[in-house]
Design a binder for this molecule. Structure first.
Ligand code: OGA
Ligand code: MN
Length: 284
């Protein structure tokens, strides 16, 4: 079947039709996918469930895969597991288990690895097993948000730097999510608030739950601006809400997309997705 692009949302996002993500891709086959990624910010592939090896092969076309943060169930591997299943017993975690609390942190708008110095080009989230209802993943574009900002706000924030911190974000929710070791492994990092895409010059904003401060600003002033920007980025009409099917693979551009998890009946249904996170090559 010929490759075709189908819009996911009026403002951004595209389904790549006619590409089986479980199959190896040649450099020639990947080139238009890379172009579509830069243009549309979010790509969806639908097809058979990927194996770990197939997901890594797809990921490596985009760049260098990051080793997952220690706090995850799969810490130390290339995968960040998003699941309510205990893989040692194959049972669902009870609702008060710290893994379930950990997953709730994903329900705030965020950009993966924005708390890392090397940042992230994109995440690839692949559905192994999904609930029959609920548990959508929602995405918004901060490229769209930037374009929609009033001119005076754009000029006020254009040259600011923003400090991203994992411990700031997690501790605000629940001090018990991170161990001291995990906290020490992720010191705060500074990024330009406004990012420029190197292939097309489009601007976006690196904001979301890990964004702790505007460099040099008070916590109060920082909070006010950062909360306002997330709010402006996420009105209902700008959200693409993805209803997962087994085998779905979504690639989102962490430089210009915020995403969040949404609730499902986690004491009743099983949900298992695996994420690979690709480093921003421009920052290597
Ligand atoms: C992630 C994430 C959301 C979800 O994998 O980085 O935030 O819906 N996932 O599982
Ligand atoms: Mn995430």
């Amino acid at each position: 079947m010929a490759r075709k692009i189908r819009p996911l949302h009026g403002l951004f996002g595209a389904e790549v039709v006619g590409v089986d993500a479980t199959k190896p891709l040649s450099a020639e086959e990947f080139a238009p996918i890379s172009e579509a990624f830069e243009a549309h910010s979010v790509l969806l592939f639908r097809g058979p469930v990927l194996s770990d090896e197939q997901q890594v092969a797809l990921s490596e076309h985009f760049g260098q895969v990051q080793v997952a943060f220690k706090a995850n169930q799969t810490g130390g591997s290339m995968f960040s597991r998003q699941s309510n299943i205990n893989f040692e017993t194959n049972d669902i975690f009870p609702p008060d288990h710290h893994r379930i609390t950990f997953l709730k942190a994903n329900m705030l708008w965020h950009s993966d690895s924005s708390y890392m110095d090397c940042g992230s080009l994109c995440s690839i989230l692949a559905a192994r097993e999904v609930p029959p209802t609920g548990g959508n993943t929602e995405v918004v574009s901060t490229r769209v948000a930037w374009e929609e900002l009033p001119k005076n706000l754009k000029s006020r924030i254009e040259n600011l730097s923003v400090v991203h911190s994992l411990s700031y974000a997690r501790d605000k929710m629940d001090m018990s999510i991170l161990t001291d070791e995990a906290r020490a492994a992720a010191p705060p990092v500074k990024h330009p608030l406004v990012q420029v895409n190197p292939t097309n010059g489009k601007k976006s904003m690196l904001i979301g739950a890990h964004a702790a401060f505007i460099d040099g600003w008070s916590e109060e002033d920082s909070r006010e601006l950062l909360d306002e920007l997330v709010e402006r980025a996420s009105p209902a009409q700008n959200i693409y809400s993805h209803e997962w099917q087994d085998g779905d693979v979504i690639v989102w551009d962490n430089r210009c997309v915020l995403h969040r998890a949404t609730p499902f009946e986690s004491d009743k249904y099983r949900r298992h997705l695996e994420r690979t996170t690709i480093t921003d090559r421009a920052r290597l």
